[in-house]
Write a protein that binds this ligand. Sequence first.
Ligand code: ADP
Ligand code: 5GP
Length: 202
Amino acid sequence: MTSFSRPLVISGPSGTGKSTLLARLFADYPDKFGFSVSHTTRQPRTGETNGKEYHFVSREEFLHLLKENAFIEHAEFSGNLYGTSIAAVNTVQSAGKRCILDIEAQGVRQIKETSLNPVYLFISPPSMHVLQARLTGRGTETETSMQKRIATAVSEMEYAASGAHDIVIVNDDLERAYGIFKTIALGDCTQTDILPEMLKGE
Ligand code: ADP
Ligand code: 5GP
């Protein structure tokens, strides 16, 4: 049975390659998939556009929206607030596209309490060393932010190890990972990778 009619929630440690996989998917299938554009209080990175990757808002604006019950879920991550608005999901779904959400683990837990009923996909790095190298290579984080993101990555991996997700993709080789990702996004959930063992001391 195809799962194309259900939203797709992707999560995984910062730097694992979620945005890279998503950018390829949206470029390949602009009419099939729509991104749930979250709100965040973090600063835009070079190349990010307000309304595309995120709605960039102040903490005050975010808290106002929260009070108005605008969010399906929200979380604090690495010192910034992030949230999925009801409107973000509705915009994609009313356009008749499969809605894809990119959210961290606290958000996944909250979505599980709603009626959204998505497929949960975890994008794993092949190892913590590789994850750290990718985050460093991206060049977007300060040393402090990097340390926070790596520390959070450990708990994201532990949450995945608890079996919280329907499918796992190990983003080792990009072509291989994208091949599986595309198949899953198109509705075939029969493939899954095995989550690598990752210890805090790695
Ligand atoms: P995320 O969205 O999960 O935080 P990104 O998509 O920004 O991660 O990827 C982090 C960095 O790793 C980027 O510089 C990206 O080009 C690189 N990257 C992503 N996937 C791979 C891969 N399979 N092999 C090598 N580098 C990758
Ligand atoms: P980044 O700052 O690297 O864009 O994102 C940091 C983390 O926040 C990533 O794990 C990403 O999945 C997560 N994230 C992005 N948007 C949301 C959201 O709306 N809700 C939640 N809970 N997490 C989000």
